[in-house]
Write a protein that binds this ligand. Sequence first.
Ligand code: UGA
Length: 422
Amino acid sequence: MKVVVVGGGYVGLVTATCLAERLHDVTIIEIDAEKVRAINAGLPPIYEKGLEGLLKKNAGKRLRAQTGFDAVAAAEIVFICVGTPQRPDGSADLTFIESASTAIGTALKNASSCIVVTKSTVPPGTTENVVRPRVLAASRKTGTEIGFAMNPEFLREGRAVEDFLNPDRIVIGSSDPETGKRVARVYEGFPAPVLFTGISAAEMIKYASNAFLATKISFSNEIGNICKRLGIDVYEVMKGAGLDPRIGPLFLNAGAGFGGSCFPKDVAALISLARKNGEDPVLLQSVLAVNEQQPHRMTALLEEKIGSLSKKRIAVLGLAFKDNTDDIRDSRAIVVIADLLRKGASVAAYDPMAMENMRRIFPEIEYSSSAAAALRGADGCLVMTEWPEFSYLDDEFGLMAQKVIIEGRRILSCKGADGICW
Ligand code: UGA
């Protein structure tokens, strides 16, 4: 099929590259000319496992990028994959959705038919009330020639290519069954059940999924905080609880809490949406409140162990919001570093991938060439990211056992470390 993807960011680029790999003819529309050049040269502007190989294979053949919207006129399906950042009040900023919709509509003026599909994470009602009217007004069409649908993405950073090609479900929301079936043709041959829903339900499925996963983490953290008081290992507890298929074993890892570009933003947007509609979302607010506390609990525990942090040297291992990425957005490491600096400590940080990004936020701290270098001379250490390489530290250097270590992720093998929830 002839597919256009508007937005060459993380979701758009992965979607476009994987659809090209699945033999569709795909054009990415991206305003950043530098990104367009990189994509056309087969060089992904972001790091994502497996992406470079697929991009190199398809760029210039079934996949191309451009800045203009003219490719939309010939497209059977247009996916909107632009960002929906968080506004200061927590709600989703739909500016890019609005401008993309108008530009798509303008390009569709002379087209005979097309389906416009929202893939960005958007509050329920956005496709119907923001995308549809803008596309129709700019295209001067009535709505019969253009179909509208919503098809949320469920990609984990670091595993996005694998998740796209092997999804656990494909959700397609549309106002009429025919449009839904035409969108499903894009995914023919994908090994996953397809769920057809209404448009707003599809939009809500994305929020509900992320909010539920965030709730599992905050729930485990709260149980972990109680376990810590009682001297119980929460990992043993959640392993036992997770064996119940109604609970399930995944996303029960207690620790420093969730970060990244999705969970904090999406839960905040859902809270904002609930309030705007007269609902007080007490559970969701608690999910964020527990998450906000977890990193502060780490510095408090460190203080309990070594006393005042003033003039102490503290190693912070792991800066990315999770392993296998250089992304530091909403990373729990940002919260602890700010805490440590406020308390007068000096910080020696190490991360295998994310140090350059963190340097932009904290240029004043020391960035070490290795975990061992950060640990040298440190009075204490906080482990913030589940990088597998940290689990070998003790075996390799014998360094950890001699230090006061507070673990925010259950990753170390050494005995002496103190877990935040265990
Ligand atoms: C998340 C969802 O997992 C994806 O399904 C979704 O598509 C994506 O958001 C999105 O909305 O685009 P992602 O943000 O890449 O994916 O990261 P996760 O692997 O879900 O981890 C999020 C955070 O939770 C990390 O900081 C991680 O350390 C933390 N976490 C995860 C825990 O603290 N405990 C756990 O048990 C699992």
